[in-house]
Ligand binder design. Sequence first.
Ligand SMILES: *Cc1c(COP(=O)(O)O)cnc(C)c1O
Ligand code: SF4
Length: 351
Amino acid sequence: MATDWMQDYQGALKSSGAFREFFNEGFDENEMADRSSVIDTYSFLLPKKIAERIKLLGRDSALAKQFLPHLDEKTNSAGMYDPIGDKTHSKGGQIIHRYENRILFAPTTVCPVMCRYCFRKNELNEKDDLFNADFEKTLQYLKENPEIEEIIFTGGDPLVLSNQKIIFYLNAFSEIKTIKYIRFHTRFVTTIPSRIDQGFVSLLTEASKKFESVIVAVHTNHLEEFDSEVDAAFLKLKALPIQLMSQTVLLKGVNDSETVLIDLFKKLISLGCRPYYLHHPDEVKGGMHFYLPLEDGRKIYAKLRNKLPGWAIPQYIIDIPGGHGKVSAFNPESYRFSRELITLDGSILKL
Ligand SMILES: *Cc1c(COP(=O)(O)O)cnc(C)c1O
Ligand code: SF4
């Protein structure tokens, strides 16, 4: 029998036909044609409950902007295919190893939604061999690289895997004694909250006994993503012996405002979730209509400190194009960007 979350997942709107049919009344014919033509280039996926909420909130809502296809995706030719340089650090198979002590582990390319601003939107479509599965190679790599202490489940979204499959991976990782921390990065909690089911709760509880720390990092960008079901999913996670944190992408037209961010972070802390990262948007081809200059982001971020306790302010970070990794995006001394980057080894790189 399919579980609740699988029904929610399988019932999502997927094709341009489904998009047209559902949002029929929201757009005039030309705009509908423009928007659905985008789906040939960048796929569309939207759980029904979110689609229904978008109908209520309207086409200019933060939800609509995040999840409905827009012609700008095709017409704006700026941006990069691989904006954060993941390919530079791909170790083949399922691993991206950029920082010494931790790896990204991507057992799937699939997500519960297709975020229009996705930094991997070109790769996810391409289905290139960055993500081709080969778990034996992954385990071998971990054994050969004992400096790796943390496995970060990502994708796609690792929660599209069944609980059974996740348990299989966790058991294998628990055999490798150098692995201390397990982290999940997921978009499910605010898009298909039923995914936080009893089986997932149990597997996290078990994992917390096998590893020093288990972390769930929830991706969410706006208060409109929350309802009572979403709140309940957060509270289930909050009750577990894990660290619950959030990641937010700063997006033009969605949350590039002090009040929107403060409302979101206050909501998160009310649910026991600590804001972890605020990502400056990546310069991804097809997502440049969400891009804003770093200086604009710095001006917004500077204002958060007056209204939020320090522990509720996420780190504002930017992934430097070309695979240089994450660095602090905020410079409290100047809104301007010096273009002199202090790299991971402490040297200065002129951008
Ligand atoms: C973001 C990222 C991580 C995780 O970094 P944290 O700063 O620990 O959250 C790990 N590996 C890669 C390649 C990343 O891009
Ligand atoms: S959940 Fe993340 S990887 Fe998946 S579509 Fe959204 S931004 Fe991209």
